[in-house]
Design a protein. Structure first.
Length: 187
């Protein structure tokens, strides 16, 4: 799914799609994009996360259920509104009244995931509960986050990240853990 735009697009828009219909929405809307008739250029992305069962079997789940991201250079509200015609479309975020791209911080997170091929892999990280997490690889590398829960048995860490105008919780699976003394946040 990771197609390249000749040069990195300037804007990332977030579309709220009915849960479970994200892939169908993208399939339906793909012919509309980069078509001379519509003049709407860009790429749609739906992200998945790599997960691992206790027995080691790996599988994939939606990372942002109900959210499809649109990477484009487009700002024309009429052209962008064509994306609202797809089956399962609910709304542009933050609202349909004035379609706005994500802010620079949120766009950088999405671009980082896109650069990894629309898949959030199992990451390497250093952390402990209440530490500031240091993610060593993957799309969240160098994104500030705070550890709020650790499940060492399942190799899962829940983190708080500033995203979409608030603090959002993400669950990441990790491969290895190293303790860093200088990552602990002062209270």
């Amino acid at each position: 799914m990771n197609q390249e735009i000749k040069s990195r697009a300037k804007y990332i828009y977030c579309l709220w799609i009915k849960t479970g219909e994200e892939d169908s929405y993208i399939k339906e809307m793909r012919p509309l994009l980069n078509s001379p008739e519509t003049g709407l250029n860009g790429l749609l992305y739906f992200f998945r996360q790599q997960k691992k069962l206790k027995k080691g079997k790996e599988y994939f789940e939606p990372f942002f259920p109900s959210y499809v991201f649109f990477e484009t250079n487009e700002t024309d509200q009429i052209k962008l509104n064509r994306l609202s015609k797809g089956r399962g479309f609910i709304s542009f975020l933050p609202n349909n009244d004035e379609i706005k791209p994500l802010n620079q911080h949120d766009s950088q997170i999405i671009i980082s995931i896109i650069n990894y091929g629309s898949l959030v892999p199992i990451v390497h990280a250093t952390f402990d509960l209440n530490d500031r997490i240091q993610i060593l690889d993957g799309p969240f590398k160098n994104v500030p986050a705070k550890v709020i829960a650790v499940n060492r048995r399942n190799k899962r860490v829940n983190i708080d990240v500033e995203f979409l105008n608030g603090i959002r919780q993400f669950g990441l699976y990790y491969e290895e853990v190293q303790k860093l003394d200088d990552t602990r946040e002062e209270n």
